[in-house]
Design a protein around this ligand. Structure first.
Ligand SMILES: Cc1cc2nc3c(=O)[nH]c(=O)nc-3n(C[C@H](O)[C@H](O)[C@H](O)COP(=O)(O)O)c2cc1C
Length: 237
C-alpha cells in the first residue's frame, strides 16, 4: 500500500460494507508496452467500415463473444445500460432493410439531411440502398437503456447512458475486427422502427445497427485519411 495516500480507497468503513478484491495487473517493461501499443494501433488502423458483405455464415458464438467483450466497457455507476439484439432470420432482416430504406429515402432523396450534411457524405457515396442488411449473415442492434425496468415494474435511473453505450459500441467494433469480422456503424435514422420489428420495450432506444459478417471479396472502401496526431492531440505541461 502506498504511503502517498492519506485517504486510501477503499476506506476501512467502505471495505466493511461492500466487497472489494485485489486488482490483478502485470507490470510490463516499457519495451514490451511500446511494441504492444504499436501493434494494437496498426491492427486497429486496418479496420474499415464495410458496405458490401459476403453472405457466408458466421457462428453465433463469435457474435456472443464480441458482445461479452463490449459489455466489459466501463459504464456510469456500472449500470451497463445496453442490450444487444442479434438476428440472422432472413424475414426479420428483410423487414429491417425495407424500413431502413424507407427512412433513408427521406434522408437522401427528400432532403431530410441538410445540404451541409449531404456534402460531408459525398466522398462516401452512401445512398438509400441498403442491400447489405439482407445479405450480411447477422444484424446486431445495440439498444441504449434510457432507464431500467426492474422485474417488479419499478423503474430506476441510468447514468451517462450515451457515453456508456458509445464506449461499449467501440469495444464491440474492435472485438469484431480483432476476430476477423467486419461491420458498419449504421444509423438509418430515425430508428424507432427497430423497437417494433425486434419487439423491444419502451425504455430501450436504438443506438447503432451493426450488420456483421465477412467483407465481400475485393470490396472497396473510400480512400479516407485519418487525422494525424497533432490534429487530435495536444499536451498541457
Ligand atoms: C455514429 C456513427 C454513425 C454512422 N452512420 C453511418 C450510416 O448510417 N451509414 C454509413 O454508411 N456509415 C455510417 N457511419 C460510418 C462512417 O461513415 C465511417 O465510420 C467513416 O466514414 C470512417 O470510415 P471507417 O469507419 O472506414 O474508418 C457511421 C459512423 C458512426 C460513428
Amino acid at each position: 500500500m502506498n504511503e502517498d495516500y492519506e485517504y486510501p480507497y477503499p476506506s476501512p468503513e467502505l471495505a466493511s460494507e461492500h466487497p472489494f478484491i485485489t486488482y490483478e495487473h502485470e507490470r510490463l517493461t516499457e519495451d514490451v508496452m511500446l511494441d504492444r501499443s504499436e501493434r494494437f494501433y496498426e491492427e486497429m488502423n486496418r479496420r474499415r467500415s464495410i458496405r458490401m458483405f459476403s453472405s457466408d455464415p458466421v457462428p453465433q458464438k463469435l457474435i456472443e463473444t464480441a458482445v461479452k467483450t463490449a459489455s466489459t466497457a466501463p459504464s456510469g455507476a456500472h449500470k451497463q445500460p445496453w442490450t444487444f439484439v442479434a438476428t440472422q432470420d432472413p424475414e426479420i432482416k428483410r423487414k429491417i432493410r425495407v424500413a431502413a430504406e424507407k427512412e433513408e429515402e427521406k434522408n437522401y432523396l427528400e432532403n431530410r439531411m441538410n445540404k451541409e450534411w449531404q456534402e460531408a457524405l459525398a466522398p462516401l457515396g452512401t445512398d438509400h440502398h441498403k442491400e447489405f442488411l439482407e445479405i450480411a449473415p447477422w444484424i446486431v442492434v445495440l439498444f441504449e437503456q434510457r432507464y431500467e425496468i426492474r422485474p417488479d415494474g419499478k423503474t430506476l435511473k441510468n447514468y451517462y447512458v450515451k457515453e456508456s453505450v458509445g464506449t461499449a459500441a467501440g469495444l464491440f467494433i474492435a472485438a469484431l475486427h480483432h476476430m476477423g469480422l467486419a461491420t458498419l456503424t449504421h444509423t438509418p435514422s430515425p430508428m424507432k422502427f427497430l423497437n417494433k420489428i425486434l419487439n423491444r420495450p419502451e425504455n430501450e432506444r436504438p443506438f447503432v445497427l451493426f450488420p456483421v459478417g465477412y467483407p465481400l471479396e475485393g470490396v472497396k472502401v473510400p480512400d479516407l485519411k485519418r487525422k494525424d496526431l497533432p490534429e487530435i492531440f495536444t499536451t498541457v505541461l
